[in-house]
Write a protein of this length. Structure first.
Length: 101
C-alpha cells in the first residue's frame, strides 16, 4: 500500500485496548478495518473507506473471522455483498448455538 498523507481521523474509543498513538494504519490494516466496522460509527466507516481502497475493505471484511450480527448486516450493505459471501457468516452457520430452553 502506498504512503498516504491524509490519515483517517478515528475516535479513540474504537481502539481503547491498544496504544492509539503507535497504531500503524498500513501495517495493521486488517485490524483497523475490522475494528472500525465493529465499533465505529458512520463517520468512522467513511474515513476508513476513504483511506483504504474499496477492494481492500471488501477483502478484509469478507475474510474476517468475526463480526457481530448487526455489524455483519451493515458490512453487507456497505460493500454490496450477500451474507453468505462472508467467512464469519459461514463459520457461524457451521457451528450453531445450543437451543435456548
Amino acid at each position: 500500500m502506498t504512503k498516504k498523507t491524509n490519515l483517517p481521523v478515528f475516535d479513540k474509543r474504537i481502539f481503547w485496548d491498544v496504544n492509539f498513538e503507535a497504531l500503524d494504519y498500513d501495517v495493521k490494516a486488517a485490524f483497523v478495518i475490522e475494528r472500525v466496522f465493529e465499533r465505529g460509527d458512520v463517520e468512522d466507516i467513511r474515513q476508513c473507506r476513504r483511506y483504504y481502497n474499496e477492494e481492500k475493505v471488501r477483502s478484509v471484511l469478507l475474510n474476517s473471522k468475526y463480526l457481530s450480527e448487526h455489524r455483519l448486516y451493515l458490512a453487507s450493505a456497505v460493500i454490496s455483498e450477500p451474507l453468505n459471501a462472508f467467512r464469519c457468516y459461514i463459520s457461524k452457520q457451521l457451528t450453531p448455538e445450543l437451543y435456548p430452553y
